[in-house]
Design a protein around this ligand. Structure first.
Ligand code: AMP
Length: 278
């Protein structure tokens, strides 16, 4: 039986009686196969699995994006139950940010480019809520998706710097059969935009192919990626990046592990994806 808990006190009491190790999967709900894979991995590696469902207002830099973010608790709870999750923590906003809450966790350099530059305040919101969740759950391991590669890097940095003992584990991106990375936001795509959206994957695979073929110029790899995106008129490109795999600084030459990543708008819906190089 999955227990659904709403308050910090309920969560603390329940976890005190549960076997360790504890695996944590933080989510914003509208659960899909990507989240399921994280839950499955957490379950396979831990005695207790905790999933949090919280649409975190602090990580939305656009009010409209927060308001229209899809929500369906009943469905989410059923999915967590089917995945054998022990505890779902689905708190109200005041339970996460009690009255008088006035602290921000702000990660440095790795949080600045890409999503950090495109969405001011986003990673402050992410780092702050994840720090709270890590403290509330005291998980041994926490599972995140590689789809949000920069988010994983920001959380790793935060956990290391704040001496939080939770091990941060990145899991592979789960995709639709046409290559589109699963995302709760995909539900907002019009049929025409949904049909066009796999261009993100094709663009990143073109970069990967060029890299596999020996191309090491950052500009050349970015151009290959951009050219594929440019062929799709519905795609409004926010950024194309080929960056260092540990600092996310844009690269002139790729000489070690790197990350190719893109952000693209289709109408009001913004999608991201990435492909590690090397
Ligand atoms: P979200 O609910 O969108 O905040 O995502 C919660 C967690 O699921 C994050 O760690 C995401 O990176 C991860 N996630 C979202 N989509 C996918 C996907 N397609 N494949 C793997 N993990 C994902």
């Amino acid at each position: 039986m999955t227990r659904v808990l709403r308050t910090r006190a309920e969560l603390r009491d329940a976890l005190a009686a549960m076997p360790r190790p504890i695996g944590l999967v933080p989510t914003m709900g509208w659960l899909h196969e990507g989240h399921r894979e994280l839950m499955e991995r957490a379950r396979s590696e831990n005695a207790t699995t905790v999933v949090t469902i919280f649409v975190n207002p602090r990580q939305f830099n656009e009010a409209a994006d927060y308001t229209r973010y899809p929500r369906n608790e009943v469905r989410d709870f059923a999915i967590a139950e089917a995945e054998g999750v022990d505890v779902v923590f689905a708190p109200a906003i005041e339970e996460v940010y009690p009255p008088g809450f006035d602290t921000t966790v702000s990660v440095g350099a790795v949080a600045r480019p890409l999503e950090g530059a495109a969405r001011p305040g986003h990673f402050d919101g992410v780092a702050t809520v994840v720090a709270i969740l890590f403290e509330l759950v005291h998980a041994d391991r926490a599972y995140f998706g590689q789809k949000d590669a920069q988010q994983v890097m920001v959380i790793r940095q935060m956990a290391r710097d704040l001496a939080i003992g939770t091990e941060v584990i990145a899991c592979p991106t789960v995709r639709e059969s046409d290559g589109l990375a699963l995302s709760s936001r995909n539900v907002h795509l019009s049929p025409a935009d949904r049909a066009a959206a796999p261009v993100l994957r094709r663009a990143l695979l073109a970069a990967r192919e060029a890299w596999d073929g020996g191309e090491r110029s950052g500009d050349a790899l970015r151009t290959v990626t951009r050219d594929v995106l440019a062929a799709e008129p519905r795609a409004d490109v926010a950024y194309v990046s080929v960056a260092d795999g540990s600092t996310l600084a844009e690269l002139d030459r790729v000489s070690g592990p790197a990350l190719a990543s893109v952000a693209v708008r289709f109408g009001a819906t913004r999608l991201i994806d990435n492909e590690p190089l090397g």
